[in-house]
Each structure stands twice: as structure tokens, then as C-alpha cells.
Write a protein that binds this ligand. Structure first.
Ligand code: ADP
Length: 429
């Protein structure tokens, strides 16, 4: 179930408290007034009866005239009294509250036997009942008014109480990783909000330190790799110049040189990723030459597996982007295509501003597609990959504003599409 936001929850809490207090107070008032009225009526009726008995003792013939709400009766029970209403006829001594029916309301009745005389006082408590109903209605109206007021005031009050928190949440939600960070702590903040802002400031500092450390680590690694790679390259060049080297050996040395060159480019790209500002630097180069440089590293493996390599790149196409970054992307996609495809083809295309790498490999199940770009996800493969390749591709795409899409059919193959945007691929006439 979706939880209410903090402001609404405070509004509900304030409203519930106000309404409960007013309802309890109203209920108590109603009960107290009912009791008081009852006691009053009982006292009144008892006094009227005392008055009737005293008057009868002074003058046995005297029976007071009925008032607007009171009637008096004095008679001997063995003589039938023709005036006695039906609802009084079977009652003995005592105090009664009787609903006389037909909507004529309730009567409070006291009957007392003194000697051979029976005295009856009947009091119409209808007007009291009516006032009681009016009072009840008034309490209900007050309750509804309080309900409305409590909701409105509660909402305004909760807005005031949560304002600082809402402002802080808004500020946090607009933070961008590469934008300058303005401290979240403010003088006017309440203690709790200030504590939260301070904790977030500290967390952000920690986060920056970690990123810096990671970038330094990547930069150091890739920098350190360059010296041995240059040494490999130089040694290969010297070896190639050796006339005693067989033709087969020369091809091998050439392949080692190409692999070292690719690794140097990788190191450069990793360095670029670590130094985020450099990745935006662009250069213009021909698409064909670029593809040949990348593909050469995978030639041996494709030949060994008997894979057909196809390419669809217009001869006049050129690219204008960060070459090292694009090379890293293509190498990773091509490496996966060659690694996971046992037979069939591997294809690289450049068209409509998009780079496509397709293969006739095993494909990726639909439910695994969102997972493959996760860092360390390796699927069911037994090739010993680290699950880092597509994560690097994703990070480069994020940095350069490219998008990656994967289409795959299990048993038929996969196509990875990188949308490079409108201005990267162009065609010279
Ligand atoms: P790695 O290849 O080192 O394991 P990646 O991040 O490059 O890591 O790929 C993640 C997972 O995605 C792979 O382990 C594999 O299961 C799947 N995958 C990637 N590319 C392909 C492809 N072309 N064909 C089939 N599966 C693939």
C-alpha cells in the first residue's frame, strides 16, 4: 500500500486528535445534561406529588387543575376512576417513565398510596426530550465544523512544520553528480533538519572522496600499463626487423603488436573515463580505417572459430567523437560477439548515426536483458568473463550522451545498438 506523505500524515494526526477531543467532550456534555434533566424532572414530579398529598389532607375534595405539562389524580383504587388514562390503570406504586405511543411523547409518572387514597402525578417530559434532541443536533453540528476546521488548520500547520524538510528534499533531488555542490546546512534550520543536512553534507564529501580515489586508482593503473605496453610494442618492432624470423612468426609478432596497440588504446580510454573532462574531447577520423584497426585484434579468434565477419559501413563515412572511447565501446561489444558466438557470423554496421554489432550467437533470454549491463553480471557463460565489459560500455555511453539498446532472440543471436546522436557520423562527398 502506498504510504501517505509526511504532510498528509501530520494533517490526519492533528485532525484525529482534535475530532476525538471534541467528540469526547460533546459526548460527556450530552450525558451530563441528560442526567441533570432526569434528576430535575424526578425532583419536580416528587414535589408535585407531595403538594397533591398535602392539599388532599387539607381538603379531601380538592384536586388541582391540570397544567400545560402536568396532570393530577387522587382516587380510591376500589372505585373506578373514569378520568384515569388507559396507560395508568394497571400501574402500582412507584416511579415510571412511559412512552404513551402515537407520537405523543414520554410521561414521567409517580404513584403513591397514602391510606386508602392513591395519588398520581403525570408529567409530560416531551419538551425536555425535544430540547435534548436539539442539544444533540448542536453537538453534531459542532463536531462537523470542528472536523472541517481541524483538517484545514492541520493541513496549514503541517505545511509549516514540514516546510524545512520539504525544502531540503527538493534541494537533494536537484543535486547533479558533476555540478558544484552547495552545502545543505542553513542557519535557519531546526535542529533535526540541520542534523540531517549535516549528515547529507558529510555523506556527499565521503562520496566525492571515494570517486576521487577510484578515479586516481584507474588513472594510475592505466598510466602504469602504458610503459610495459610501449616496451612490448618496441620489442615487436625490433623482432619484425629480424630477417631470421619465419613468415609465421612475423604474423604472430604482428598480432602481438596489434594487441598491445589495442591495450594501449584501452588504457587511454580508461584514463579518459577517470579524467571525465577529457572524454568530451573530439577528433575526426574515417570510419573504415577505425573499424579495421579494432577488428584486427579479433581476426585470429574469428578465423579459429570459422566465423564470417561482415561489415556495413559506407566508404565515405567519417566519425567525429572521442576515438578512444568509441574504440573501447566497440572492442567490448565485438569481444562479446566473438566470445559467445560458436558459429555463423559477426557483423559491425554504422548507419543513421548508430553503431550496430550483431552476431548469430546463443542470444540472451528476455528476462536477463536488463541484468546484463549490471556490473559483475556474467550470465550462464563459461568463458570466464568478469561481467565488466557492458558496464564500461554503459558508463561511456552515459558520459557521452549515447544510448545502448539490445535486441536478442534466444538461439538466433543478438544485436547491440549504440545511438551516437545526430552529429557523430557524417558522409563526405
Ligand atoms: P563478460 O562478457 O565479461 O562476462 P559483459 O558485461 O561484457 O561481461 O557481459 C555480461 C553478460 O552478458 C555476459 O556474461 C553474457 O552472459 C551476456 N552477453 C553479452 N554479450 C552477449 C552476446 N553478444 N551474446 C550472448 N550473451 C551476451
Amino acid at each position: 500500500m502506498k504510504r501517505l506523505d509526511l504532510r498528509l500524515r501530520i494533517t490526519v494526526a492533528i485532525s484525529v486528535v482534535c475530532i476525538s477531543i471534541v467528540a469526547a467532550l460533546g459526548g460527556l456534555l450530552y450525558m451530563a445534561s441528560e442526567r441533570m434533566e432526569l434528576a430535575l424532572v424526578e425532583q419536580l414530579v416528587a414535589e408535585e406529588l407531595d403538594f397533591l398529598v398535602r392539599r388532599h389532607e387539607a381538603d379531601p375534595e380538592y384536586v388541582p387543575d391540570p397544567g400545560p405539562n402536568v396532570e393530577y389524580y387522587a382516587f380510591r383504587p376500589d372505585e373506578t376512576s373514569p378520568d384515569l388514562p388507559r396507560f395508568l390503570q394497571d400501574l402500582g406504586n412507584g416511579h415510571y417513565e412511559i412512552d404513551i405511543g402515537e407520537g405523543r411523547g414520554e410521561r414521567d409518572v409517580v404513584i403513591r398510596q397514602v391510606g386508602d387514597m392513591r395519588f398520581v402525578v403525570v408529567y409530560n417530559i416531551g419538551p425536555y426530550e425535544q430540547r435534548e434532541q436539539e442539544f444533540k443536533r448542536l453537538i453534531l453540528i459542532a463536531l462537523f465544523v470542528v472536523m472541517g476546521l481541524a483538517v484545514v488548520l492541520g493541513y496549514l500547520l503541517s505545511g509549516f512544520l514540514t516546510r524545512q524538510l520539504t525544502l531540503l528534499a527538493q534541494k537533494v533531488s536537484t543535486l547533479q553528480p558533476n555540478h558544484p555542490y552547495d552545502s545543505l546546512l542553513r542557519d535557519e534550520q531546526d535542529r533535526e533538519v540541520a542534523t540531517l543536512a549535516l549528515a547529507l553534507d558529510k555523506y556527499h564529501q565521503l562520496f566525492l572522496t571515494m570517486i576521487k580515489r577510484e578515479q586516481e586508482f584507474t588513472a594510475n593503473i592505466s598510466h602504469e600499463l602504458r610503459t610495459p605496453l610501449t616496451a612490448i610494442g618496441t620489442s615487436c618492432e625490433l623482432l619484425q626487423a629480424d630477417s631470421s624470423l619465419s613468415e609465421k612468426g612475423r604474423v604472430r609478432v604482428h598480432n602481438i603488436m596489434q594487441a598491445a596497440k589495442a591495450m594501449t588504446e584501452h588504457a587511454r580510454a580508461l584514463l579518459l573515463l577517470a579524467r571525465q573532462h577529457e572524454i568530451k574531447e573530439r577528433e575526426k577520423f574515417t570510419a573504415h580505417e577505425f573499424l579495421n584497426d579494432v577488428v584486427v585484434t579479433f581476426r585470429d579468434e574469428m578465423d579459429r572459430k570459422g566465423l564470417i565477419y561482415e561489415t556495413q559501413v559506407p566508404p565515405n563515412a567519417s566519425l567525429n567523437t572521442n576515438r578512444a572511447a568509441l574504440q573501447l565501446v566497440l572492442c567490448n561489444l565485438l569481444s562479446n560477439a566473438v566470445t559467445y558466438t560458436a558459429s555463423g557470423f559477426v557483423q559491425v554496421s554504422l548507419m543513421d548515426g548508430k553503431l550496430l554489432v550483431s552476431d548469430s550467437g546463443p542470444g540472451i533470454p528476455e528476462d536477463k536483458l536488463p541484468l546484463i549491463i549490471e556490473r559483475s553480471y556474467r550470465g550462464q557463460n563459461e568463458t570466464g568473463g568478469l561481467g565488466l565489459g557492458l558496464d564500461i560500455v554503459r558508463r561511456i555511453c552515459e558520459q557521452l550522451g549515447w544510448t545502448m539498446e539490445v535486441q536478442s532472440v534466444v538461439g538466433e543471436g543478438s544485436t547491440f545498438t549504440i545511438d551516437l546522436g545526430a552529429d557523430v557520423l557524417s558522409y563526405s562527398s
